[in-house]
Design a protein around this ligand. Structure first.
Ligand SMILES: CC(C)(COP(=O)(O)OP(=O)(O)OC[C@H]1O[C@@H](n2cnc3c(N)ncnc32)[C@H](O)[C@@H]1OP(=O)(O)O)[C@@H](O)C(=O)NCCC(=O)NCCS
Length: 180
């Protein structure tokens, strides 16, 4: 069997690991002095994209950002650290997990504040889908995330189908009401 490092069609989870740290400044906060949720989502998107780029080594676009729990507020002046890695690669898409911690710069206390899953799709410069390398897991945690990513993909697909059907039904009702 070829070693992952020597085979461009196979990558390890470790090779996709990415990290970013930001200091929360006044422009990033709401009127209570807490980090804005949208700003945090921007940081999550960026850190997630870093892992996807490291896996695909081509252009990537964000296809979806799943459910996010904002567990604790992040305060003005805190250091916010985000860590990401690819959980599973499919054909042209990858699921990336991002975890976020906040550090109080005076006390040194570090708390987990948010987690999210994102899906990125690999493309070339003309917007054509690209096949991504296979992902290999090396630890039990990575194996668990790999297995869970497939369940989340199935859930996303069924939700997508449900929303599509809902839109079609709403459009058909609108046409019937306007007599078209
Ligand atoms: C995401 C996007 C490329 C999907 O295009 P599409 O023609 O609907 O894609 P397809 O149905 O052919 O699926 C292509 C891949 O994307 C995945 N995908 C598509 N929509 C998805 C969604 N909503 N959530 C998760 N994955 C999705 C599919 O599962 C498939 O993955 P696979 O190749 O690994 O099996 C397209 O909707 C797009 O360009 N969106 C805008 C992206 C963007 O600009 N993002 C920045 C945010 S503004």
């Amino acid at each position: 069997m070829s070693e992952p490092g020597n085979n461009p069609l196979v990558r390890t989870v470790a090779s996709t690991k990415s990290e970013m740290t930001e200091i929360v400044l006044p422009n990033d906060t709401n009127t209570l002095g807490n980090l804005l949720g949208g700003r945090l989502m921007h940081f999550i998107d960026l850190t997630g994209a870093m892992a996807a780029y490291r896996h695909a080594r081509t252009y990537v676009v964000t296809a979806a950002m799943d459910h996010i729990d904002f567990i604790r507020p992040v305060r003005l002046g805190d250091l916010v650290t985000l860590k990401s890695s690819v959980n599973r690669a499919f054909t042209s898409s990858m699921e990336v997990g991002v975890k976020v911690w906040a550090e109080n710069t005076r006390s040194g206390e570090v708390v987990h504040v948010a987690s999210a899953y994102l899906v990125f799709v690999a493309m070339d410069e003309h917007g054509r889908f690209q096949k991504v390398p296979e992902l290999v897991t090396e630890t039990p945690d990575q194996e668990r995330r790999y297995a869970d990513a497939l369940l989340r993909r199935r859930h996303r697909e069924s939700e997508h189908k449900r929303r599509q059907e809902e839109r079609q039904m709403t459009a058909a009702l609108g046409e019937a009401e306007s007599g078209e």
